[in-house]
Design a protein. Sequence first.
Length: 371
Amino acid sequence: MRILVLNWRDLTHPAAGGAEVYTEQVLRRWVAAGHEVTLFAAAVNGRPVAEIVDGYRVVRAGNRFTVYREAKRWWNRYGRGRFDVVIDETNTVPFLAHKWVDDGAKTIALVHQTCEEIWHHNAPPGVAHLGRHLLEPSWLRRLSGSPILAVSDSTRDALTRFGAHDVTVVPEGYEPPATLPQVAKESTPTAVFCGRMVSYKRPWDVIGAVRLARQEIPDLRLWMIGGGPMLDRLRAAAPEGVEFLGRVSEEEKHERMARAHVHLATSVREGWGLVVTEAAALGTSTIAYDVPGLRDSTRAADGVVTAPTPEAMASRIVELLPGLTTAATAPMPFGGAKSWDEVAAAVLDAVRMHARVPGALATVTELRRAA
């Protein structure tokens, strides 16, 4: 197949995150299996307008606001007639490719998560209200005219609320460390949080929950791993028992997560919550807020979800931590996610099904052999 993927970022973008890792892992496997793939994304300082990355072509133009317009312009000049399928990878703002791809190519959207409550954490009040109640609902209602792939049941359910009626859930992917840390659990009860210190991750809720839990478990410690704009302010106000490590190497992150007795997650919402999968692969259970995305990954990894308040989380910490400090948790290599070979095969099969492109469906074995 000849596949065009639209995403406002590629993996070289400074703001690249989990969605871009997902894209890169899938696309390079598709290319290895013989497909012709192009990724259109926003321009990145110091990177060429076009280059080959892991076998697929990356074309860059525009910025985070104009990339949508530039994608349509590029299609009209160079794309028409060259692709079988166009994948609209939506990060809050869709490209709405199904409105302007007019040459017979099939369009399908890929959505990791909706924004919704996150607007109020990432934008000024007026903009947040406009985004949550007018802009995003309008974008998603218009997107509902296209078949959609979603990476979790929670994302599918959110899209359905906005009018989508043709949503297929595809798996989230994860690649566990090649060598798991060979470390023992801490002798002192220890919790860990791993994520950016940003408002929608609610790191202050983790701190509040641990502060309350310390009333029953006085020697409880908390490791806060991750950088971000709130780091200095949180570190300056850290109560007893809380240590901020900032951004650390992957090796140290894995070791700390493996040594901790419990991982805590408090985001407003996620597409999946890959850090929960990561903790499970390292043998550490999660207590997470019962919110979209986190509930999917936490339940899949045999963790525990709780009402989204520090008080509720503290209660679960007090209830569960004694057992977690005396019993080792067996690592779950993929923690409820799938290998990238399986993800690439599942997404390709879903694309072919919706696009009705001729040819046998991909198999995990075929993609693994090609990679």
